[in-house]
Design a protein around this ligand. Structure first.
Ligand SMILES: Nc1nc2c(ncn2[C@@H]2O[C@H](COP(=O)(O)OP(=O)(O)OP(=O)(O)O)[C@@H](O)[C@H]2O)c(=O)[nH]1
Length: 627
């Protein structure tokens, strides 16, 4: 049941001057959920007896089960002096909309849409740990969106807390006075009421044109098994009313508003939403791709003509083949992908067959993190065991006969006379303490980067900009960057087009048969190292067979590396003298078990582990060992 506070009367259409839209940004584990809990409690939207730890997270679990959905935005009524120490009676009741940002900054576009729905943010930092990479990455995004930033140190109840030290650090980074940094304990609730007062005092009220045609920005879109897609919006101009016909401005598609309302924190229907208000709407669409993050909603007739800025069509940048370990799980994999796509506008896939891995899908992702999240969800939520082929980007291949091929799978790289191969490039921005400049430059140089510039943000922090081939970024670049900078560097990149490069396809042959799953497109200078490394790795992983198995790496018909797995099946009974039949049986059973996990590739048995080991993300072109 909606827990409507009894003590605070709430106006149905809020005066924009009384609205404050804010979000909490923090490094992982710095206490964002705990602080949100305290706010729900203090503002009375969740009654004491219903309160339990991480209230909003609890809804997350429910959402997975399809019962209710996670609140992307919670409406909190707050009269500024309530619970504060100013005294003098309660002020006017304000509406604070706390907007959740997607957890990871790698989904920069989604995070920046959530931030665009706010006028201010709380920058939460653990008082025992100080600023971390994600704090900074989020902070810079908030600054880009012109948000008012309220610096807050959390966990001041901890004995290890060093509030003075970290207040100075925070103040230095955002350019305020250390005394402006608030200190709270989300655990005990100390300082949280004062923090809410500061949100009212410091965060600007939203501004918009009340009588204009409606313009609402979609900052999140969530699929719910019972209600279809729930779209979270911030109304920038005008008013959206119940049962109104609306239009998605990027596609022109029309929908009827079946329900509109706010979350406090359960969904509460309302008559409409107007300037500055944040809430949800339901149109009955069944697929988030029809209600895309960043799009502008307006009235169907006499609507706005100019969309709000910032809409980008999600475009897959990285592709990988996903195959069930057990071929009979293929229908389940298809079903799982269908389900995930309902909630993920950026996920695209099509069926694909591999001689080595059987039936699977070629799946397109926004980036490597997106890939990992999807893979993890397929395995965790749908119980699938998967093999993912090494991720690759999209290549454009011009042939001498004038034709052009778009390649999303290395095994489809055209044969014949190629005139030029183009690959996507990104503009990468790396922020890190200046002591790591050398290590970062070395890494970028190794990845075929071209430096664009470098600036000192403070005396010991730098911003380094590079153009890098996307293919070099998607392979463990972030991991390498983190390990070379002790976790301090943050990385952001955006696509900036493509460049012609000297690229070749390296094939791996087992006993003369090409193994499509191991084909890779690499820079010519790295092809040899890739071939040698892969072949050596496979030799270690492929057990001896009844016959000799040559393992070769080749560019076209030219073999660049070769190893051999010598013949002879391992006789597991060789050392087993005498007549202990049970021991013999055990050994044979064990051998049989091992064989079950083999895949036949042509005439060669390859253990699953070989695929997994070879395709894991450290199978990178340059010979740098992963730390
Ligand atoms: N002592 C103390 N512990 C706190 C405080 N705030 C949060 N914690 C603890 O810190 C841990 C992380 O808190 P969360 O609220 O889950 O952090 P989060 O930032 O939401 O983390 P993610 O949801 O994983 O990003 C939990 O074990 C909390 O109990 C605080 O003020 N004092």
């Amino acid at each position: 049941m909606p827990a409507t506070p009894t003590n605070v009367p709430e106006p149905s259409r809020t005066d924009p001057a009384l609205i404050r839209n804010f979000c909490i940004i923090a490094h992982i584990d710095h206490g964002k959920s705990t602080l949100a809990d305290r706010m729900l409690q203090l503002t009375g939207v969740v009654e004491q007896r219903q309160m339990r730890a991480q209230y909003l997270d609890r809804m997350d679990i429910e959402r997975e089960r399809g019962i209710t959905i996670k609140s992307q935005a919670v409406r909190l009524p707050w009269a500024p002096t309530q619970g504060g120490d100013q005294g003098g009676g309660a002020g006017a009741t304000h509406i604070l909309n706390m907007i959740d940002t997607p957890g990871h900054v790698d989904f920069t576009y989604e995070v920046s849409r959530s931030l665009a729905a706010c006028e201010g943010c709380i920058l939460l930092v653990d008082a025992a740990q100080g600023i971390e990479a994600q704090t900074l990455a989020n902070l810079y995004l908030a600054l880009e969106n012109d948000l008012t930033i309220i610096p807050v140190l959390n966990k001041i109840d901890l004995p290890a807390a060093q509030p003075e030290k970290y207040a100075a650090e925070l103040a230095h980074i955002i350019g305020c006075d250390p005394s402006d940094v608030l200190k709270v304990s989300a655990k005990t609730g100390e300082g949280v009421a004062e923090l809410l007062n500061e949100v009212v005092r410091l965060v600007p009220a939203p501004v918009g044109v009340k009588d204009a045609p409606a313009r609402a920005m979609i900052f999140d879109s969530v699929y719910d098994a019972y209600r279809g897609v729930v779209t979270y919006v911030k109304v920038v101009d005008g008013t959206l009313g119940k049962r109104e016909r609306i239009k998605m401005m990027s596609t022109g598609a029309a929908h009827e508003l079946l329900e509109i309302g706010t979350n406090s924190p359960e969904m509460t229907p309302a008559d409409g939403l107007s300037v500055g208000e944040v809430g949800y709407l339901i149109t009955g669409v069944k697929d988030v791709r029809q209600s895309k993050v960043g799009d502008t909603i307006t009235q169907y007739s006499n609507g706005a003509t100019e969309p709000l800025g910032g809409y980008k069509d999600p475009k897959p940048m990285v592709f990988s083949g996903l195959y069930p370990l057990d071929g009979s799980d293929y229908p389940e994999l298809r079903e799982a992908l269908d389900k995930l796509q309902l909630n993920d506008a950026a996920l695209v896939y099509e069926p694909e067959t591999s001689a080595a891995l059987g039936f699977g899908f070629r799946v397109g992702f926004l980036g490597l993190l997106h890939l990992e999240v999807i893979r993890e969800r397929l395995e965790r939520e749908f119980g699938l065991d998967l093999i993912a082929t090494a991720p690759n980007v999209i290549y454009r291949v011009d042939m001498e006969d004038g034709s052009t091929h778009t390649v999303t799978n290395p095994s489809e790289f055209p044969v014949g006379k190629i005139s030029q191969v183009h690959e996507p490039v990104v503009r990468a921005t790396i922020l890190a303490p200046s002591e790591f400049i050398g290590a970062i430059m070395e890494l970028c140089q190794n990845r075929r980067g071209v430096m664009l510039g470098m600036d000192y943000l403070s005396e010991d922090r730098v911003e380094i900009r590079y153009t890098l081939p996307l293919a070099e970024v998607v392979f463990d670049f972030f991991d390498q960057l983190k390990s070379k900078t002790r976790g301090y560097a943050s990385l952001d990149y955006e696509p900036t087009g493509e460049q012609a490069s000297d690229l070749v396809k390296v094939d791996i042959l087992l006993h003369g048969d090409k193994v499509d799953a191991f084909s890779a497109i690499t820079h010519k200078d790295k092809a040899y190292a890739y071939g040698v490394r892969l072949v050596a790795k496979l030799r270690e992983l492929i057990p001896r067979q009844n016959f000799e198995v040559p393992i070769q790496a080749a560019i076209g018909s030219r073999v660049i590396a070769r190893e051999t797995v010598r013949a002879i099946r391992k006789d597991v009974l060789a050392k087993c003298y005498g007549g202990d039949i049970s021991r013999k049986r055990k050994l044979l059973e064990k051998q049989k078990e091992g064989k079950k996990r083999m895949k036949m590739v042509g005439s060669v048995e390859v253990p699953q582990e070989a695929f997994i080991a070879v395709l894991s993300s450290d199978s990178e072109g340059d010979a740098k060992a992963k730390k």
